[in-house]
Design a protein around this ligand. Structure first.
Ligand code: C5P
Length: 299
């Protein structure tokens, strides 16, 4: 489903790269730091639904987004901020034209903006020949947002801290039905709600094989559902098709909701029944970020 990574021969000037989405298979809030950021535990799952980005190197130092993206002014686009951050960090005189083909919802909890930024850092690391290694890029990514390092890490992960500590985990090769309830949920609003449960008991990585998945909740879900009842409606609709109790839930700070199915056929059958007032799609679990499949991108 994702586009191939295409590079020109010899001296690479052009790149076309995918930026995959993620789903949070669960999300527990275990505390709050003094700076307001929350400590969390989550399993981040890469899926094959992607934005795509085109990069064309330029030698005048200018960083420019070439296309309009509804709802994302160029100046505040995480993609542009990522390119500027790397350019400053590497003290480069090169620039880039970027086209961003948006397919992932914004304010949807599937990490679209963070993944776009991560892809930008990896692609420009390669195009500009910065040769930063994965850890350096992850550090830079963290300055752009708590979810960005995960997409550079590039494997499904058990994530802790504010989202920057991660350990690779193997997750089932399943398919997901994802519903976009049509509301944009600003992440800070959800995290700052006073009703938010902030002390869910931490789990250990060894619990994954044993813990009943029904305990794997998304602690942000209740707050988002109270703000936008359509999110609760979408979860309840999916719940009637759950194979394991507790599977249908929200991802990240919302608003997308999802449910896991064992294969494409099972997911397609449910997709065909989703009420038409919601946008919906299916996606396959990925084991690796598509950029990671090619070793050229990280120094
Ligand atoms: O880092 P990012 O820009 O994705 O986070 C957006 C907002 O979400 C932060 O400003 C903060 O209010 C909240 N947040 C949080 N704890 C996290 C991640 C995000 O409180 N671990």
């Amino acid at each position: 489903m994702h586009s191939a990574i295409t590079t020109t021969a010899a001296q690479t000037k052009l790149l076309n790269c995918p930026a995959p989405a993620k789903l949070n298979l669960f999300l527990h809030i275990t505390g709050r730091r003094e700076d307001g950021y929350h400590l969390l535990q989550s399993v981040f799952q890469l899926i094959d639904r992607c934005d795509t980005l085109d990069f064309e190197i330029r030698d005048d130092g200018i960083i420019k987004r070439e296309n309009e993206v509804a709802g994302v002014p160029e100046e505040s686009d995480l993609v542009i901020r990522a390119a500027r951050l790397l350019q400053r960090h590497a003290e480069l005189k090169l620039g880039v034209n970027i086209r961003l083909h948006k397919r992932l919802p914004m304010g949807g909890g599937v990490g679209g903006g963070s993944s776009d930024a991560a892809t930008t850092l990896m692609a420009l690391n390669h195009l500009w020949q910065c040769n930063l290694d994965k850890n350096d890029l992850m550090q830079l990514g963290l300055q752009l947002g708590a979810d960005v390092p995960f997409f550079i890490f590039g494997q499904n992960a058990f994530v802790e801290g504010i989202g920057e500590q991660m350990e690779a985990v193997t997750t089932p090769n399943q398919w997901f039905v994802v519903i976009e309830p049509g509301v944009h949920v600003p992440t800070p609003t959800i995290f700052s709600a006073k009703e938010l449960t902030r002390n869910t008991k931490p789990v250990k990585i060894t619990d994954f094989s044993n813990a009943a998945k029904v305990e794997w909740k998304n602690d942000l879900q209740a707050v988002a559902c109270a703000l936008h009842p359509t999110i609760a409606d979408a979860i309840n609709w999916l719940k009637q098709y759950e194979i394991n109790q507790g599977d249908a839930k929200m991802t990240g700070s919302g608003s997308c909701v999802f449910c896991a199915f064992p294969n494409e056929d099972a997911a397609t059958k449910i997709l065909q029944q989703v009420p038409h007032h919601w946008t919906s799609w299916i996606a396959k679990a990925l084991q690796q970020h598509p950029i990671n499949l090619s070793n050229e991108f990280l120094g």
